[in-house]
Design a protein around this ligand. Structure first.
Ligand code: PLP
Length: 266
């Protein structure tokens, strides 16, 4: 069968972010997505109204059932919601219940693009630091990078996360809204190995971070080198954003939903 990416992610009923974004992105990358659901959120395409996290035992049982059953070739985590869930995932790596050398794409979700809370930021940050050494690549937005590293400067922040054991850090300035074009840097073991400038598209997008991280996970699971997976994901995400759906076309501030079924050119 196609390689499997096991995702730890939450349900967003609007279908823009979370586990639906993961399933669609991973399918487009040529892999099969399996999901251990970490939380059920209550949200529209525009705002988070609340969420209930799943108990860590329940998430673990979902994950180990998939690990026993399917050829899992990569792990992706998104919203984990509680420190218990982060600690549980850390333990799956530490005890090698997830096979050593399985690529792990860590999207350290703290808040939604709309600004809505997806967990208690301070305690999540502390718990994420325990998980960092297992990450092949971490894909924080600028807010998450600053919160995790304690550095305002994005380059210093990326280097610091590498020094804390994370193999690679992908930094994108898309959340720094006054920063003109979007710059992206890929740091591997503390060194910048790739830099790109992407045009800033009009609008804000709901679920773009989840989609990008999951597409990278999908490409790593099919055997791409890290830098190739990142470049492929950049190309794909840009096309999904250009083709994004506008749930509220009359409101220019409203968030758009990436069209992940866009026919894209590799
Ligand atoms: N995971 C879930 C379940 C979410 O609801 C959200 C945001 O709403 C995210 C992750 C993060 O989304 P984004 O890709 O917009 O950062």
């Amino acid at each position: 069968m196609r390689p499997v990416v096991l995702c730890f992610s939450g349900l967003d009923p609007s279908g823009g972010a979370g586990l639906q974004a993961d399933i669609e992105a991973i399918g487009q990358a040529g892999a099969h997505a399996a999901i251990a659901c970490t939380a059920i959120t209550i949200q529209s395409s525009q705002q988070v109204l609340g969420f209930e996290a799943c108990a860590a035992e329940l998430v673990q049982a979902q994950a180990t059932t998939v690990l026993d059953d399917l050829p899992v070739k990569a792990i992706k985590s998104g919203m984990l919601g509680t420190t218990d869930n982060i600690a549980m995932l850390t333990e799956l790596f530490a005890k090698q219940i997830i096979a050593k050398d399985t690529p792990f794409i860590l999207d350290p979700v703290l808040v939604a693009n709309s600004g809505g809370s997806l967990g208690d930021e301070q305690t999540l940050v502390a718990a994420f630091r325990q998980l960092l050494p297992y990450a092949t690549i971490i894909t924080p937005n600028t807010h998450e990078l600053r919160a995790l590293s304690g550095e305002q400067d994005l380059h210093l922040g990326a280097k610091k996360l590498c020094a804390e054991g994370c193999h690679a850090v992908l930094v994108k300035t898309s959340h720094d809204f006054d920063s003109g074009d979007i710059e992206q840097y890929l740091y591997v073991q503390g060194e910048m190995v790739h830099k790109s400038i992407l045009p800033r598209l009009l609008g804000e997008f709901h679920g773009s971070g989840c989609s990008l991280a999951s597409f990278i996970a999908g490409r790593l699971s099919v055997g791409d080198a890290l830098i190739d997976a990142v470049k492929a994901a950049d190309n794909w995400i840009t096309q999904t954003l250009i083709a994004a759906d506008a749930p509220h076309p009359e409101d220019k501030q409203a968030q758009l939903i990436p069209n992940r079924f866009v026919c894209f050119k590799r």
